[in-house]
Design a protein. Structure first.
Lengths: 180, 180
């Protein structure tokens, strides 16, 4: 199973591809960052992001795309840019018929470091440890994306079970309502 | 000149197509709303939005796409969803090689009603007056999108002049720096 983690952003969008083998061992396949110049008009920056993300999806054929949910940002302006970038990533997942996973920063931090309040440095160190990396990938958006992919590997199965139970419950309630 | 105004949103995305003839008279070509069910996963909602927007662009061949910039929302969660929807709209503009215009809600309100603090009802009334509509289009997202298109027709030329002057200034400064 292969997860592409995306830490959405316009100035820097972090990417991390992580595989899990049948023994549960995680390995890094690749990681990187997509940049776009802040002087470039916003719609063209989104197109650059889309084309690069598309290239990553084609190259690595992930089974699932994990995107960071950000709603605790300091200012709404930054959240808007992050939202636009996340929108492009999620749209591409749907266009590629890939399932998605959305995790909050504190879920990611808790998954890799055991604490939802770990700082970026701690997260990066844990990512290196989990994936047995000798060199720390930079910039930090890259380790954030790898942490997201790790988090999805570990939380994914659990979430899938909950979602399945929820869907079955919805079907059951709908059937009950119809029967009345 | 034809403007497609988009009031981005996931639950309801307002659309308004407005033409301007050589005498400056504005007419409504069409308006509507794209809806998606909140029970549908977010990436599939974005795909529905993208496909419908694409259909509108193909059908009406606008010369420019005007999108509302929202950064004054009450909560960042709503701003995220709006940002994701706006991201999809802006990406489509870039993919269709269409220029974009981004206007804030207060710019739109000021353009159509003379006041940046006009309420939605006042904006809807002014839209009806400007476009000589006998019936008020509903829901309100539709009149918001029409107001956005009107705003772009009226502010667009002005913004274009300012942008052109800015670009020339940047080129001039760059040339000066190079010459030193």
């Amino acid at each position: 199973m292969r997860v592409l983690g995306i830490d959405p952003g316009l100035t820097r969008c972090g990417l991390g591809v992580v595989d899990r083998d049948k023994n549960g061992r995680l390995t890094m396949v690749d990681c990187g960052v997509i940049r776009s110049d802040s002087q470039t008009p916003i719609h063209e920056r989104l197109l650059i992001l889309q084309q690069e993300l598309d290239r990553w999806i084609s190259k690595f054929s992930p089974d699932v795309i994990a995107v960071e949910r950000v709603f605790s940002q300091q200012n709404v302006r930054t959240a808007m840019a992050t939202g636009q970038a996340a929108g492009v990533a999620l749209l591409l997942a749907a266009q590629s018929s890939l399932p998605i996973g959305i995790h909050t920063p504190s879920e990611v931090k808790a998954a890799v470091s055991g604490s939802g309040r770990a700082d970026k440095k701690q997260v990066a160190m844990m990512v290196m440890k989990i994936l047995s990396l000798k060199v720390r990938p930079t910039p930090v958006d890259t380790t954030d994306a790898l942490a997201l992919a790790i988090c999805h590997h570990w939380r994914g199965a659990q979430i899938h079970r909950i979602e399945k139970a929820r869907t079955q419950e919805r079907i059951r309630v709908a059937a009950l309502k119809k029967a009345r």
